[in-house]
Write a protein that binds this ligand. Structure first.
Ligand code: ZN
Ligand code: ZN
Ligand code: ZN
Length: 361
């Protein structure tokens, strides 16, 4: 059974940030991209020359943090060898006419996610993934505490060359900056506007809407529950505390967002139990993506409430989430020039395909 439309051609406004929109056009040839190729996945567990593989610890900058220990690490954080931001410069900000410069201080660190060279997220154990996100959390808290000038700590991952990963060993990155990234700021302020109008978090409303499609089918004669259909049109995966949703206005064909079902603006407040459920939803979501698009190359971004006085009142209106953006195609000139993302698969159809994957655990 499907309720996804056969053909879609419409511009969809992002409900969280209305300045962002997506052209969903499932017309063939809308975009001269090459057909999605299944990328041959690197399956090597250890590579002698890889600086991130176990035994090569002396080839990276020193360990900043390791789990469970520096000697027998499962997760390891090191300084980025080529940081885009660093805390060594102490010059003040420059403002000359319209030429404003904010000093590029900050931190840029690499998280070696797993000792196994090319392991996919969906193949990592649930406990490992929960520990990975706990490690991010600890490091983020340390960075915020160390320097009040830091307004945002972005955790992100590039997996695969199409997603910009320069080192093939699975890793993620943490960048702490004195400015809040524009897209996060857009989400934070637009959701605050929404809250002021309707007194409700827009992300919570999106979850409510996604879950509105749930249905319980009763037996007409006995009145007993015959079947519960607990998948909404945009729901990809559901845990006890977290939900993975295909955004209605997805920028990327296979984009999926994972968020807590209970309102929470700040990722730093997620508990160990929360992250255990989150890890399971993430694993299953990644396994679905891997099955459908094969050898997924993707970015993920962790969006959480920024620090700083102007965000103090955004707690009730913002809602932390992980954005998973598989890179199945290269942006065209039209997209780069217009800022309008093009999606050639309807988000409803994509969600349906992801849900249809049968998982064993
Ligand atoms: Zn490696
Ligand atoms: Zn919310
Ligand atoms: Zn976001």
């Amino acid at each position: 059974m499907t309720n996804a439309p056969e053909f879609v051609r419409e511009i969809r406004i992002n409900p969280v940030d209305p300045t962002e929109s997506v052209l969903v056009s499932t017309a063939r040839g809308m975009r001269p991209r090459k057909a999605e190729e299944r990328v041959e996945r690197d399956t090597r567990e250890r590579v002698e020359t890889c600086p991130f593989c176990r035994g090569n610890e002396d080839k990276t900058p020193p360990t900043i943090k390791a789990y469970p220990s520096a000697r027998d690490w499962q997760i390891r954080i090191v300084e980025n060898l080529y940081p885009v931001l660093a805390d060594d410069r102490q010059q003040s900000n420059i403002a000359f006419g319209l030429q404003q410069v904010i000093d590029g201080y900050g931190r840029h660190e690499v998280v070696i996610d797993h000792p196994n060279h090319a392991i996919g997220l969906h193949d990592m154990g649930r406990e490992h993934l929960a520990n990975l996100f706990l490690t991010y959390q600890e490091r983020m808290a340390e960075m915020y505490a160390a320097d009040p000038r830091l307004r945002y700590v972005l955790v992100f991952k590039n997996f695969g060359p199409a997603a910009g990963a320069s080192i093939p060993h699975t890793h993620s990155q943490i960048i702490a900056t004195p400015v809040v990234p524009e897209n996060v700021q857009g989400e934070v302020f637009h959701s605050r506007n929404h809250y002021r109008k309707v007194n409700q978090c827009v992300f919570c409303s999106l979850i409510d809407e996604a879950l509105t499609f749930e249905a319980t089918i009763y037996d007409r004669q006995s009145g007993q529950v015959r079947r519960k259909v607990n998948v909404g049109q945009y729901v990809v995966e559901r845990g006890e505390r977290f939900i993975a949703i295909k955004p209605f206005a997805s920028r990327y064909e296979w984009e999926v967002h994972i968020m807590p079902m209970r309102h929470e603006a700040d990722f730093l407040r997620a508990t160990r139990e929360d992250l255990a459920d989150f890890a399971q939803v993430l694993r299953r979501t990644m396994a679905r993506l891997d099955q459908v698009i094969g050898g997924a190359q993707y970015n993920f971004f962790l969006h959480s409430l920024p620090h700083g006085d102007e965000f103090k009142d955004c707690g009730p209106s913002y809602h932390w989430h992980l954005e998973i953006c598989p890179r199945t195609s290269i942006p065209t000139g039209f997209e780069l020039g217009s800022g309008l993302f093009v999606s050639t698969i309807s988000p409803e159809r994509a969600a349906e395909q992801l849900r249809a994957v049968e998982l064993t655990d």
